[in-house]
Ligand binder design. Structure first.
Ligand code: ATR
Length: 274
C-alpha cells in the first residue's frame, strides 16, 4: 500500500445497476474506514487498457461484472483455484509488485449465505439439484464440490451446457423436461437460471412435489420472494433467497482491499434494497 486512500470499484458495461457501490459504501461508513468505491463503465474493447491504468490512479482492486468476467481471468498474472475452476473472475487485485491477481468470490458468497440461512442443510447427505448451467451454476457447483457434496445433479434447458459442467466437476445430469419427476428425491435444490426473475417466466416444472424438509435456494433476488421460494415455504422447506449470495460475494473484495472482514446483516440488506 502506498499510504494513499485506497480506491476500489466495479467495472462493467452496463454498470449502473450494480449493487456493489452501495454495499462497499455502506461498509466503509459502518467501519469508519478511509477509502472510496466507484462504478466504472468500461466497454469490452477498452477493458485491458483501462484496467492497466487503474493501479497508477490509486486503485487497489476492482470487482468485475458483465461482460468482462472471462477476459478478467485472461489478463491476470495469477488466479485463484475457484476462478480457474469457474473459468471467470469477478475480482481483480492490483499487487504492489505490479501483477494482477484474479479471484472469483461467487462460490464463497453462495456457501456463506447457504450456511448462514440453512445451517443444517448438509445434515443428510442427499442429492443436490442445480438448475441452470451458466456462470452462476459453475460457481455453485464448484462450491458444492469443495464443501464435500458427493451427489450433484445438473439440469439445464440446453443439455450440452449441463454436460460440460458435469464432465469437469464429476457430476451427473438430468433432462430439463424430467426435473418435475425427480424433484421429490432431492435434498437440496438451487435455481441458478434467470427464470422467476422480474420480467422472466417462472420455472416451467411442476413444483407441487416439493417435500417438507428440503433446502431450496433461488439465486434470483428480484423479486425477493420468487414463485419457487413461495412454493418451498408453503411445502415446509427451508427457503433461501438470492440476495444473501450477492451480499456475501462482496465480502472477500472488501476484506482484501480495505482490510476489514465486514458483516452481512439486516442493516446491509436494508441499504441494498433501498
Ligand atoms: P449467469 O451468469 O447468471 O449464470 P448465464 O450464463 O447467461 O447467466 O446463464 C443463464 C442460465 O439461465 C442458463 O442456464 C440458461 O439456460 P441455457 O443454457 O439453455 O440458455 C438459463 N435460462 C435463461 N433463460 C431461460 C429460459 N427461458 N428457459 C430455461 N432456462 C433459461
Amino acid at each position: 500500500m502506498t499510504g494513499r486512500i485506497p480506491l476500489a470499484g466495479v467495472v462493467g458495461s452496463p454498470v449502473g445497476h450494480s449493487k456493489s457501490p452501495t454495499l462497499h459504501g455502506h461498509w466503509l461508513k459502518q467501519y469508519g474506514l478511509p477509502g472510496h468505491y466507484v462504478p466504472l463503465h468500461i466497454e469490452a474493447d477498452d477493458f485491458e487498457s483501462v484496467i492497466r491504468t487503474l493501479p497508477k490512479a490509486g486503485f487497489v482492486g476492482v470487482n468485475v461484472t458483465v461482460p468482462h468476467k472471462i477476459r478478467a481471468l485472461d489478463i491476470a498474472d495469477t488466479s485463484s483455484k475457484f476462478a480457474e475452476r469457474i473459468g471467470a473472475a469477478n475480482m481483480l487485485t492490483f499487487r504492489p509488485d505490479g501483477t494482477i491477481y484474479a479471484e472469483n468470490s461467487d462460490s464463497y458468497g453462495f456457501l456463506a449465505h447457504l450456511k448462514q440461512s440453512a445451517p443444517d442443510w448438509r445434515s443428510q447427505d442427499g442429492p443436490v439439484l442445480v438448475l441452470g448451467a451458466g456462470g452462476a451454476a459453475r460457481a455453485v457447483v464448484a462450491a458444492l464440490i469443495e464443501d464435500g457434496a458427493t451427489d450433484v445433479v445438473i439440469a439445464n434447458r440446453t443439455a450440452s451446457a449441463a454436460e460440460d459442467i458435469a464432465s469437469v466437476a464429476n457430476c451427473s445430469t438430468v433432462d430439463w423436461s424430467d426435473v418435475g419427476s425427480i424433484i421429490e428425491e432431492m435434498q437440496t435444490i438451487v435455481n441458478t437460471t434467470s427464470l422467476g426473475m422480474t420480467g422472466m417466466p417462472p420455472l416451467p416444472m411442476n413444483l407441487s412435489g416439493l417435500p417438507a424438509g428440503q433446502t431450496v435456494m433461488d439465486l434470483v433476488y428480484a423479486p425477493p420472494e420468487t414463485e419457487l421460494l413461495a412454493r418451498a415455504r408453503q411445502a415446509g422447506c427451508t427457503a433461501v433467497d438470492g440476495l444473501g449470495m450477492l451480499l456475501h460475494q462482496a465480502v472477500p473484495g472488501f476484506e482484501r482491499w480495505f482490510g476489514v472482514m465486514p458483516e452481512v446483516d439486516a442493516e446491509l440488506r436494508r441499504a441494498v434494497l433501498g
